[in-house]
Design a protein around this ligand. Structure first.
Ligand SMILES: Cc1ncc(COP(=O)(O)O)c(C=O)c1O
Length: 387
């Protein structure tokens, strides 16, 4: 059996390895506080669940168009208009089975041997994995140079050359919780005018999880980019709907027919009743999101203060998402060793920074999408192994 070259180059998400280890330890009777996964502990909004059940009862059991039902694409377009004051034709919107397929397709469109793709490091591991799979050269930009983990436009612009096909941005940022404000995005977009051939994939899946009432710095605010801009977003994080596998993306008009074909060739269409739930989530009350963000604000303070009180740990305040990314170097351990000891000695599951790239060897990622009680207990347990 001879496999295609790209297969060996495909990476993975270490979070799933830790997930498996954690499950095994729990099965053996160990008590583990799991702060490793990238998902909220809130349940999905009831109105989304009810609308999905209704869709099933109403007989919506068949295939839909590969780009999604028009009602769902119109709901996304309406939401974009309300939130960002941007006008996006529903024909440029594609409903996807989660956020991930958008990055898979976007990177597949531009990646091939000889091409370069710029991406954040540390960053969501699938960017690098997919870049390698296509045979393109990945060019990482360092996301931990700045204390608040925001992007550095000059650095990114300096990496662009005539081989660069795609620039990947992620704001707010996983794994650091970094948030880049609109003014900095303005600078970057201004600099990108010099490179009109370069496509941009803006992963904005955490765009509603921004703290302190800051403005959402979406790239949809820059219509001049629309011919080369891909927006990745979805229901997973905003509405605590990770298991539903629902995402939406906005594509340049020229690419829509290609995305359509990718959908036909891979998944045919997104789960039909779930698309009705997705509409309800977008059109329904935002109380659920507001309550979740109020709770996340309290947890954010709890976890940051708790971690900073521990010997050898330095943690900055995340501006968005539900992650913190403390530096643990002064404990005498690197991120991997620290993670290992936390899991086996403290019973706390987290992720080492190296799972997200080569620049973050001294960091670890913890989520605060877990109860305040769990967060406090985890801090106490970690404290014990540091003494
Ligand atoms: C930055 C980022 N983009 C995309 C995704 C994928 O989201 P989904 O679960 O909807 O595929 C995630 C999930 O953790 C993420 O952190």
């Amino acid at each position: 059996m001879k496999l295609a070259k790209g297969v060996d180059k495909l990476g993975t998400e270490a979070v799933y390895n830790i997930f498996a280890k954690t499950k095994k330890l729990i099965k053996e009777g160990k008590q583990i506080i799991d702060l490793s996964l990238g998902q909220s502990d809130f349940k999905s909004p009831k109105h989304a669940v009810d609308a999905t059940i209704k869709a099933l009862n109403d007989g919506h059991h068949g295939y839909t168009l590969p780009n999604g039902i028009i009602e769902c694409r119109e709901a996304v377009s309406r939401k974009i208009k309300t939130l960002y004051k941007a006008k996006i034709d529903p024909e440029r919107i594609i409903i996807m089975p989660g956020g991930k397929p958008t990055m898979n397709y976007a990177i597949s469109f531009f990646g091939e041997p000889g091409a370069e793709i710029i991406y954040p490091d540390p960053g969501f591991p699938i960017y690098e994995s997919m870049i390698n799979f296509t045979g393109a050269k990945g060019i990482p930009y360092n996301m931990i140079e700045k204390k608040d983990f925001s992007i550095n436009p000059d650095k990114i612009l300096s990496l662009i050359n005539n081989k660069t096909r795609l620039l990947i941005l992620n704001n707010p940022h996983n794994p650091t919780g970094g948030f880049t404000k609109k003014q900095t995005i303005d600078e970057l977009v201004n600099g990108l005018k010099k490179f009109p051939e370069l496509a941009i994939l803006s992963d904005e899946v955490y765009d509603r999880l921004i703290f302190d009432d800051k403005e959402i710095p979406t790239l949809l605010n820059y219509p001049d980019l629309y011919e080369r801009l891909i927006i990745l977003n979805g229901w997973s994080k905003t509405y605590a709907m990770t298991g539903w596998r629902l995402g939406w993306s906005v594509w340049p008009e020229k690419l829509v027919e290609h995305v359509f074909k990718f959908c036909v060739n891979s998944h045919s269409c997104v789960n039909t009743p779930a698309q009705y739930g997705a509409i309800a989530a977008l059109d329904g009350s935002e109380n659920h999101l507001n309550e979740m963000m109020e709770e996340f604000s309290l947890r954010r303070k709890l976890i940051v203060d708790g971690l900073n009180s521990l010997k050898g740990i330095e943690c900055s305040l995340p501006g968005g998402s539900f992650f913190v990314f403390p530096n643990v170097k002064k404990t005498g351990m690197n991120g991997e060793k620290f993670t290992e000891r936390c899991l086996h000695e403290a019973g706390v599951a987290l992720i080492p920074g190296v799972a997200f790239g080569k620049f973050a060897t001294d960091n670890v990622r913890l989520n605060f999408a877990s109860s305040r009680e769990n967060i406090s207990k985890a801090i106490e347990k970690i404290d014990k192994i540091l003494k």
